[in-house]
Ligand binder design. Structure first.
Ligand code: BGC
Length: 274
């Protein structure tokens, strides 16, 4: 069944979304965009109560519905209670965006086990824990045809570093490589339940995680050498892709990785020579 979608702006009307790590950066833009598309949004965060509340207020001012839910996505009990709070407020979930992530950079021979574990816990285990809770609900409820063709949508925010090796960031790259196979395996396993699972792999996007890479003209010039499209991305570039993947416009898409990277994964070093 291909659903007729006429009102683009309200493309997610009635659906309930949880966005992890939504108090800043890419997560914030995704939460705002999903709300603009008509979804009620649970704004997960760990640090920054004020920032999370501001996003909730911004959504409400525009006539939307949102709530802030504090939880460490790497902790099973906190994830479970976050989903309980969301279900108490909204009754169910239709869209999960696994966005929470961080970097703890160091050369591999100097990397502490704590920094390895923290990155893996938030970036990979967090995606598993949240996906598990959402999936249980998607399977329990099944398709609600008035809302969507699918019983649920999971969007994993990965990185170009699920493909591009990254010296000095082995924990981060390993976590994102893991996200890719978690996403693809879940997509294969869950398709018969009409649950779609996809990734967005952003390239360099202007957020707090990589300020040093774009905040001075010299740094930006260096960064642009890696980006054939010759501009550094904005959180909204990723958010637009997330709205599409959450909507029935992408109903036949599952197990896909959408690189939103201005061509960073196109081996720009090979544009001459090779
Ligand atoms: C990282 C950024 C980096 C970008 C491109 C992202 O996944 O979090 O720090 O600028 O990849 O290398």
């Amino acid at each position: 069944m291909v659903r007729k979608l006429e009102i683009q702006e309200n493309i997610l009307a009635g659906q309930r979304a949880l966005v992890t790590g939504a108090s800043s950066g890419i997560g914030r833009a995704i939460a705002l965009s999903l709300a603009e598309a008509g979804a009620r949004v649970a704004v997960n965060y760990l640090h920054g109560d004020d920032e999370a509340e501001e996003i909730v207020e911004e959504i409400k001012k525009k006539g939307g519905e949102a709530l802030a839910v504090k939880a460490d996505v790497g902790k099973e009990d906190e994830v479970k209670s976050m989903f309980r709070r969301m279900f108490d407020a909204y009754g169910s979930i239709d869209i999960l965006v696994n966005n929470a992530g961080l970097q703890k950079d160091s050369p591999v021979h100097m990397m502490s086990l704590d920094d390895w574990n923290l990155v893996l816990s938030v970036n990979l285990t967090g995606q598993f824990l949240c996906s598990r809770e959402a999936t249980n609900e998607f399977i329990r409820r099944g398709v609600a045809p008035e809302l969507s063709c699918a019983a649920g949508k999971i969007i994993c925010i990965s990185s170009v570093h699920d493909l591009i090796p990254w010296a000095g960031h082995a924990n981060y790259a390993a976590s994102k490589g893991g996200v890719m196979m978690l996403m693809r395996s879940m997509a294969q396993e869950l398709a018969p339940f009409r649950i779609r699972v996809n990734s967005i792999s952003p390239g360099a996007i202007k957020t707090a995680i990589n300020t040093a890479a774009w905040s001075t003209p010299e740094a930006e010039r260096e960064l642009l050498k890696l980006i054939p499209y010759k501009r550094v991305g904005e959180p909204l570039d990723v958010a637009k892709a997330a709205v599409w993947l959450a909507s029935d416009h992408s109903d036949y898409v599952t197990g896909a990785t959408l690189y939103v990277d201005g061509g960073m994964t196109l081996y720009p070093g090979f544009s001459e020579g090779g």
